[in-house]
Ligand binder design. Structure first.
Ligand code: F6P
Length: 529
């Protein structure tokens, strides 16, 4: 689009943004309970898509406001944006990269295009390897099969795989263990449970420069060196997943992740190796099928009925027009307990930005603080804050209809489902019948979306994760930010390197008095340790 087109689009977008603001001014003084009382409310504010019921009827919004948000989505060309993302346009401008995670789950990849061939070939290599490990065809240095997988990775090289393994791998014969932190307590505790001859080590790092991961990988090699004779070839115990062609991997097996796959979007690639090892290649393919089905929905469904876009519009509305500062992800199924942590990186590393795609400061809020945790645990920890605190928030309340692991568990799982619905209700309706016992009043007026999964299987989970990926992409488009880079994390790494050298006694130049004193305190303790 030429500059005139860009200018006109920005003017249209500003006009649309103002019309949304107008609706917000109309609604902000009306308690959400009044809007939700409409008998047709549920009928007009939910969608069932690929085994997932998404019900936003308890959000603080009405159709007129949605119409204004639809005009904003249209003026932002949100659907065109996602089409261009799927097509491989360079939408990660700061890194001059296309954003290709949707291509990873195109199973009927069209023959001939290079990227499709590479993706299909690498996926098949990874799945075949997982099959050989699971079948005991790929064995360790003494010919025995593997009983455990030690996965070393962090951030997007950990959160997606760990979440899905935790959610789906209930009957896995392989023990899959995840180590992320450089704190040696974590990896020592894990290694105490493992036998070198039966363990497969996966070193997962797109950049292959992440300090924690390289530290942990080096420590595991020393662990082997202490337990296995030097003349024993242990290369069969190490497999690497990276985008870094220059990574020093020697003759050990490596699976490649294309540079065009963002870390937080990479579980569908060879980064999903631990998933395939844990749940098997067939279920990994079902995970891809679920995601592909959601891709087809968001790419073919117009504004107004596009579920991914609806969730993005609600996020933008709650943060920019209703003053929400945080968004809760609340799973009422322990199999989804890691979903909040996964969403934190997906949402906040994508849209926690303050300049737009042109490098200009954004004039709006972007990502809220995304947090949450396993429920009903949260109800005994921070729901007091939610119900009687002073901060505005919105929430996604998720649960599954197949929660009862066995017939005898039906009653208690019915109770869990009731809690999920109860919290959505109290968040909106609150409680005002406490008379002069005002300490018992609950203001309510917080919007929530209830997400019900028919069952928690690979296909439905793939569809759910893809839905959140599309929400993030649509939101970034309407906010005008680049959702696919993460320059904000680099400065901390540079500073940590300098301060680590300072702790090692090197002079790293000027610093404030607090840092100087803290370094002195730490150095004194380390020296005497
Ligand atoms: O520092 C942030 C980050 O780069 C994330 O974006 C990424 O998922 C994580 O660290 C791990 O990076 P890598 O896969 O390169 O080790």
């Amino acid at each position: 689009m030429n500059s005139v087109g860009n200018t006109r689009q920005l003017e249209n977008r500003d006009a649309a943004w103002e019309s949304v603001a107008l609706e917000a001014r109309r609604l902000v003084g009306i308690h959400g309970a009044r809007v939700a009382q409409d008998p047709a409310r549920f009928a007009n504010n939910h969608q069932r898509i690929h085994g997932i019921l998404v019900d936003w009827s308890r959000q603080r919004i009405d159709q007129k406001a949605f119409d204004a948000l639809d005009r904003l989505a249209t003026s932002s060309d949100a659907l065109g944006f996602l089409f261009r993302l799927a097509r491989g346009d360079v939408l990660n401008a700061s890194e001059n990269r296309s954003v290709m995670h949707m291509a990873l789950r195109v199973l009927d990849l069209d023959e001939g295009s290079n990227s499709s061939d590479d993706i299909r070939a690498e996926r098949q290599r990874m799945l075949d390897f997982a099959t050989h490990v699971r079948q005991g065809k790929h064995t360790g240095y003494d010919g025995r099969s593997f009983t455990d997988v030690l996965h070393i990775g962090i951030g997007g090289s950990h959160l997606g795989p760990a979440f899905i393994c935790d959610a789906l791998a209930s009957d896995c014969s392989l023990g899959v263990h995840f180590c992320t932190n450089a704190d040696r307590r974590e990896i020592r505790r894990t290694l105490r449970k493992l036998s070198p001859g039966r363990t497969l080590v996966v070193v997962a790092s797109k950049s292959y420069t992440t300090h924690e991961t390289l530290e942990n990988a080096a420590f595991v090699r020393s662990w082997y060196a202490e337990r296995v004779a030097a003349d024993v070839d242990i290369s069969r115990h190490f497999v690497h997943v990276t985008a870094n062609e220059r990574a020093e991997i020697g003759n050990e097996r490596v699976f490649r992740v294309p540079d065009t796959i963002g870390g937080r979007f990479s579980l569908w690639s060879a980064m999903g190796l631990p998933i395939a090892l844990a749940i098997g290649p067939q279920k990994f393919v079902e995970l891809l099928q679920g995601a592909q089905s959601m891709d087809q929905h968001v790419l073919s469904t117009p504004v107004g009925t596009n579920v991914g876009l609806r969730l993005a519009q609600l996020a933008l509305w709650n943060v920019n027009f209703l003053g929400s500062t945080s968004h809760l992800v609340l799973p009422y199924d322990t199999r989804l307990r890691m979903f909040p942590a996964f969403c934190q990186q997906l949402e906040m590393e994508s849209n926690g930005k303050s300049v737009d795609v042109h490098g200009d400061p954004v004039a709006t809020h972007t990502s809220p603080v995304v947090w949450g945790g396993s429920e009903t645990d949260g109800q005994h920890a921070w729901h007091q804050f939610l119900h009687q605190g002073t901060q505005r928030y919105s929430a996604d309340i998720l649960t599954t209809l197949d929660t009862a692991p066995s017939p005898g568990d039906q009653t208690v799982h019915r109770w869990i489902l009731a809690n999920a619905l109860a919290q959505s209700s109290v968040m909106l309706y609150g409680r005002s019948d406490s008379g002069d016992e005002t300490h018992k009043n609950i203001a309510g007026n917080h919007g929530s979306t209830v997400i019900l999964l028919d069952r928690l299987d690979a296909k439905t989970l793939g569809a759910l994760i893809a839905l959140y990926e599309h929400k993030v992409a649509f939101l970034g488009c309407m906010l005008g930010v680049n959702s696919f880079d993460q320059w904000g994390v680099e400065e901390g790494k540079v500073m940590a390197t300098a301060l680590d050298q300072a702790l090692d006694g090197k002079n790293v130049g000027l610093m404030d008095s607090a840092t100087a004193e803290l370094l002195r305190t730490i150095r004194a303790r380390i020296k005497n340790a």
